[in-house]
Design a protein around this ligand. Sequence first.
Ligand SMILES: [Zn+2]
Length: 142
Amino acid sequence: MHIDAIKNGIVIDHISAGRAMQIYDMLSLDKLDCPVAILKNVPSKKMGRKDIIKIDCDLQIDLNVLGYVSPSITVVYVRDGVVAEKKHIGLPERLTDIIRCKNPRCITSTEQGIHHVFRLVDPAGGVYRCIYCDAKAEPQNR
Ligand SMILES: [Zn+2]
């Protein structure tokens, strides 16, 4: 695979250095049977160092979770070898089953099969709270 020449796919750019594998796992990219390239510690003017993931196929997955892992991320959509769209993801309003509520008395802890849903309450600080019990989520390291 020539990593610069994606025909139809996406490039996940400006990932905070060291977080590419977390995103790889989160998006279950190991289940894809198309070429996936992970570039780590790429020099970046803006960020010092960054990670990049290139996926050479059409991907039908929710990419909003990416903003939670690394709010600096841009997703570049490539169609027929040219950039069709660039999208800055940012912090998602809601996280469903991305993080788990740690409150032992929360309904998500006491009952099975309930989605762990957190909402963004402070976009500047990146603070999320459980929609059931209002417990604060552990902040991500940036
Ligand atoms: Zn909770």
